[in-house]
Design a protein around this ligand. Structure first.
Ligand SMILES: Nc1ncnc2c1ncn2[C@@H]1O[C@H](COP(=O)(O)OP(=O)(O)OP(=O)(O)O)[C@@H](O)[C@H]1O
Length: 313
């Protein structure tokens, strides 16, 4: 990540009347990065995207885009933002060229700039041959491409995509994900999603929110390096679960079948103590490895553990 992020958001909060949608959200995104904003339904993703794009006013907090304060100088800051809302603002009665021309004019581009801008945006989104097609006749995947083309027509530094693959078929999802990956070369990208695989497929970093608050934020590279507090073991002569949980520091043992188990352990326990016990008792150790922490585990721990705790009477 470069020293100065393209987007810096600090302490964002948004209330709808008395209802707190988000609070204390801070995030940075740099050029060349795709940040995934992940959370279950109602977590506050769209609200956060609305604030970052300047479409919603925050109740508290600061947003700086390419050195320009979004609240103090909204017009100037918005020049650096391209936004694809959850429901793309498309006009079915316009053809793709007419619509992109209209979007470019809304972004304050001069008429003389339009032909080159349209050609560039269409070429980058795979719409070269679709300029004269009526938007109302396009497939959902192509409509989404048009939505992305309007977001990048004025060559903003930051592109914000709210649930960009919702409602698409698997092939269209793959195509849009590839397109998002390509955008990284020239832009900072934030996308919101509730799909873990989406984050894993296209994002460099993940920011998980639950009920309006940040519950996890890190790079995917760091995530892969983390180890969970569990071991996978396999034995030729497997013991009973009770014998495994009797090993000091082993908190639970789950049978995986074929002599394999997942052992949950405390932070002080090393795989060596399990290996030693297996050796002493003749269990014929065949496999012993620390489990990698997956995004799913992080998500479940951060989101569902919190939700469950609150529901426990
Ligand atoms: N205009 C509004 N008026 C009142 N409450 C709202 C409004 N918009 C959102 N909320 C509430 O704010 C919270 C966050 O909603 P938001 O739409 O930002 O979540 P989300 O993570 O985008 O959800 P989803 O994935 O279902 O779109 C929810 O409790 C929602 O009911």
């Amino acid at each position: 990540m470069s020293a100065t992020p393209l987007l810096h958001a600090q302490g964002l909060a948004r209330y709808y009347g008395k209802h707190r949608a988000i609070e204390g959200i801070s995030l940075d995104v740099s050029a060349g990065e795709v940040l995934g904003l992940l959370g279950p339904n109602g977590a506050g993703k769209s609200t956060t995207m609305g604030l970052l794009s300047g479409c919603l006013a925050p109740s508290a907090g600061q947003i700086v885009i390419d050195g320009v304060d979004l609240l103090e100088r909204p017009k100037r800051a918005k020049r650096h933002i391209g936004y694809l809302p959850e429901h793309p603002p498309l006009y079915d009665d316009l053809c793709v060229d007419e619509y992109l021309r209209y979007a470019a004019r809304l972004h304050g581009m001069r008429r003389a700039q339009l032909p080159a801008a349209l050609q560039r945006a269409k070429q980058r989104t795979g719409l070269d041959a679709a300029g004269r097609a009526l938007i109302g006749t396009l497939s959902k995947g192509f409509r989404q491409r048009v939505g992305i083309a309007q977001a990048l027509i004025h060559q903003p530094g930051l592109i914000i995509l709210d649930e960009p693959t919702v409602g698409l078929d698997p092939l269209q999802i793959r195509e849009i994900r590839e397109l998002i990956g390509e955008l990284r070369a020239a832009h900072a990208v934030i996308l919101s999603t509730h799909i873990l695989a989406e984050v894993q497929a296209v994002c460099d970093r993940v920011h998980i929110i639950n009920r309006g608050r940040t519950v996890f934020a890190d790079t995917l590279a760091n995530l892969a390096g983390h180890t969970a507090s569990s071991l996978i073991v396999a034995f030729g002569a497997p013991p009973d679960v009770a014998e495994l949980t009797a090993i000091a520091g082993i908190q639970a043992a789950h049978v995986l079948g074929g002599g394999r188990f997942r052992l949950e352990h405390d932070s002080a326990t090393s795989p060596g103590s399990v290996a030693q016990t297996a050796c002493d008792r003749g269990w014929q150790l065949r496999e012993l490895r620390a489990e990698r922490q997956s995004l799913e585990q992080v998500f479940m721990r951060a989101v569902y553990a919190e939700t469950h705790e609150d529901r426990t009477p």
